[in-house]
Design a protein around this ligand. Structure first.
Ligand code: 13P
Ligand code: SF4
Length: 323
């Protein structure tokens, strides 16, 4: 009988990753830093984070942390939001080019002109926008609390909703409120097609379809549950279904599989099987860049004091109005 060696093969690559983890840990302690990550980050970035959450949870963490340095593994508007809520902290982002189509397609000067055309309207902006757009808004919302917040506004007040029209239309259907939209959308959620979803539903008739509200209306109508990334994760735990078709960026599947591995999660592919269901901005952050930004304490989010103070007001109002 051949003897089986008990020695486990360790690849040079895994040793390299281990070293990188250790080096990040040393710097994290040295600088009293916290690593915050969104669910759309690469699995290895999520795994090294101190906290992984949706936009609302990440905002709360950024506001309440005792750390001196926040390394924000998400996109630029999220890191900016952390700075707005914790201006005394140093906020770093591993890759300064991590943008967002919603934020980038809503320039502050055009938004100002849009608001000026509707002077009697109350301005509600989705958190996926720049600090300069936040500063012009009366109230900020996330996909997690948008309906809850709109429901609290006086019934006779006309409302502008920016920059995500798909989220806005969903909020309008849920709340019964007529909203005037800025015409923006997310490049990832727009890559999902009804035809592909119908084929998946036919293939997996027992699967529950769960969707992010940034998806288009026809896809949301074919879904069983709609919610923010955290709400989708909670739904997989609370539902009796054993299989889910997940209509959002597939980074969230990492958490779903970790937290409830007995269930099955099917990622929604982009059009023609392209990889456009992955957010090209979120995925710019890597372990190497986290290490580099902790070493050099850059790139850093810098916002001038006047803008910070103006952008803080609608953010603070959101946190006060939100459960
Ligand atoms: P959540 O607030 O649901 O995490 O969404 C953020 C986002 O950018 C979705 O594309
Ligand atoms: Fe922006 Fe869409 Fe990426 Fe979310 S998934 S950060 S909305 S581009």
């Amino acid at each position: 009988m051949t003897a089986v060696s008990a020695t486990k093969t360790v690849s040079p690559e895994s040793i390299g990753r281990q070293n990188l983890h250790e080096k990040i840990d040393v710097l994290r302690k040295k600088h009293n830093a916290i690593i915050l990550a969104h669910y759309y980050q690469d699995p290895e970035v999520q795994d090294i984070a101190d906290f992984v959450g949706d936009s609302l949870e990440l905002s709360r963490r950024a506001k309440n942390t005792n750390a001196d340095v926040i390394v924000f593994c998400g996109v630029h508007f999220m890191a900016e939001t952390a700075k707005i809520l914790s201006p005394e902290k140093k906020v770093l982002i591993p890759d300064m080019d991590a943008g967002c189509t919603l934020a980038d397609d809503c320039p502050a000067d055009e938004f100002e002109a849009f608001c000026a055309r509707h002077p009697d309207h109350y301005v509600v902006s989705y958190i996926n926008c720049s600090a300069a757009v936040k500063a012009q808004s009366d109230l900020i919302c996330t996909s997690s609390n948008a309906v809850e917040l709109i429901n609290q506004l006086p019934a006779d007040k006309p409302i502008l909703f920016a920059p995500d029209m798909n989220l806005g239309k969903w909020v309008s259907r849920q709340s019964g409120r007529k909203l005037t939209f800025w015409p923006g959308s997310c490049v990832v959620h727009e890559s999902f097609s009804e035809e592909v979803l119908i084929k998946l539903k036919l293939k997996y008739p027992d699967a529950e379809v769960i969707a992010h509200p940034e998806c288009q209306e026809n896809l949301l109508e074919l879904s069983d549950f709609v919610g923010s990334t955290s709400k989708l994760l909670n739904r997989t735990k609370e539902s009796n279904s054993a299989r889910f078709i997940v209509l959002t960026e597939p980074g969230i599947l990492h958490k779903m599989r970790n937290e409830l591995p007995t269930k099955e999660y099917i990622e929604m592919p982009g059009l023609d099987g392209c990889s456009c269901n992955s957010c090209p901005y979120m995925r710019l952050n890597t372990l190497e860049k986290i290490y580099s930004c902790l070493s050099s304490k850059s790139p850093e989010i810098i916002i001038n004091t006047d803008l910070l103070e103006r952008a803080f007001l609608p953010m603070d109002l959101m946190l006060k109005m939100s459960n």
